[in-house]
Design a protein around this ligand. Structure first.
Ligand code: RNT
Ligand code: ZN
Length: 420
């Protein structure tokens, strides 16, 4: 797109929004302050570097075998560098524990240390990206159906040690970057069929978590959050860490709750949970994802659930309390493209929400003018928000419109297609 055209369309949009009392530049500024936590695992189909040829377990699945996945740390770093060059703003990278720099050695989950992540921390600092972290309970011989909630005390001990170590790795990341590392805890524990000992496993999960969290670490460095789930492949009937379990746990312990868009009943969105949960937990972490009929982890696109989520965050005035992270893994398409589409769509949804004349809508609501509210909301959908996004990209020297497509094609020709 030509610079002149982008500017012209932006100027027209600015005028149109100003007529509604909306300041487009303020909206851009607010959007620019949102750091999206980019998940490392789209680049390599959740393989990691502990045992990259091992099988993905824990009830999650990648489908597809598009060529060019990252299979070394350097390849993954290059891919992320490419991704961040194609999206405006400053973002974060969310690493899973199996992505450590183990130097060719096998380092078991109860042995990992901050030193295995030093090269990541140095690189992140160099490129100006902050890090988040995830403990990894899945894809391991000791993680069958149950880990922290296993009846076997040795299995529980192993995973408690893993969790302790993950907390200290995340703490060091937080200290070094001068900003708390968001440490997500997702425990896949559950069973395929009608489990009888539900409360027993939940009691064990609670005890395991309590024991590990006895060690207090400043939230200046580390923010632990717990992620619930309704079901997974092979845990259709019972997941120990259900919504009620972690909602209760997070509220009781005043900690962060992670809401993954795919972890609830098929027609249940996470948007409406924000304004409830934030009255009872200090902050929320999001796994922005796209369920297609189930928790399929499709690439995020600009759809109604994403719009509703963004609107809730903006309207509730809780941008600072919601940590937006991505969680999807599509192995059937160009993986860099998957990242860039997901990030840009998330930003576009947030921008649309930021461009809403919310106060005006609230007034209509107070006056009980429900038809008028509906009419405005419908008209807003067709406002020229994309011209504002294009201008934001231009300002930041980032490809505008679909210009990033050819850049990804070039990267594919020159880099990813040459990978084994
Ligand atoms: C799985 C959870 C979890 C994982 C990542 C890889 O259903 O959503 O967050 O996707 O930890
Ligand atoms: Zn998730």
């Amino acid at each position: 797109m030509k610079e002149e055209q982008i500017k012209r369309e932006y100027a027209a949009a600015k005028e149109q929004y100003a007529a509604l009392g909306v300041d487009v530049d303020k909206a851009i500024e607010k959007l620019n302050n949102v750091s999206i936590s980019i998940h490392c695992w789209q680049a390599d189909d959740v393989s990691g570097f502990e045992n990259p040829d091992g099988e993905l377990s824990g009830g999650i699945q990648t489908t597809g075998n598009y060529p060019g996945k990252a299979s070394t740390i350097n390849e993954l770093k290059k891919d992320i560098e490419k991704v961040v060059s194609l999206v405006p703003g400053n973002h974060r990278l969310s690493l899973h524990a199996i992505y450590g720099d183990f130097g060719g050695e096998f380092v078991d989950r109860d042995q990992i240390e901050p030193k295995h992540f030093h090269t990541w921390m140095d690189w992140a600092k160099e490129i100006g990206v902050k890090l988040d972290f995830n403990s990894t309970f899945f894809s391991h011989p000791k993680s069958g159906e149950y880990t922290l909630s296993s009846f076997d005390p040795e299995i529980r001990a192993f995973w408690k040690e893993h969790l302790r170590r993950c907390r200290s790795i995340a703490e060091e990341m937080g200290r070094r970057q001068g900003d708390a590392c968001i440490h997500n805890i997702w425990v896949h524990d559950g069973e395929k069929d009608k489990t009888v000992s539900r409360i027993q496993h939940r009691q064990l999960l609670k005890e395991s978590l309590d024991e590990v969290f006895e060690e207090k670490i400043s939230t200046d460095y580390l923010k632990d959050c717990v992620e619930c789930k309704l079901f997974g492949i092979g845990s259709e009937s019972y997941v120990v860490g259900s919504h009620e379990f972690y909602m209760g746990y997070a509220v009781k312990n005043n900690m962060l709750l992670t809401l993954d868009a795919g972890h609830f009943h098929p027609t249940e969105g996470i948007a409406d949970k924000i304004s409830s949960m934030l009255l009872f937990v200090p902050e929320i972490a999001l796994h922005v994802s796209r369920p297609e009929r189930w928790d399929s982890d499709h690439v995020v696109i600009l759809n109604d659930p994403l719009m509703e989520l963004s609107q809730e965050i903006v309207r509730s005035g809780v941008m600072e309390k919601v940590h937006i992270g991505l969680d999807y893994f599509d192995a059937s398409i160009n993986r860099i493209g998957a990242y860039v589409v997901g990030i840009r769509s998330t930003q576009k949804a947030l921008l649309q929400a930021l461009l809403e004349p919310t106060e005006k809508l609230r007034e209509l609501e107070k006056e009980d003018k429900r038809f008028q509210r509906m009419a405005y909301l419908e008209e807003l959908k067709a406002m020229p928000w994309n011209a504002v996004y294009n201008y934001y990209c231009l300002q930041q020297n980032i490809p505008v419109g679909n210009d990033y497509v050819s850049e990804i094609e070039t990267y594919e020709t020159e880099i990813t297609s040459k990978r084994k």
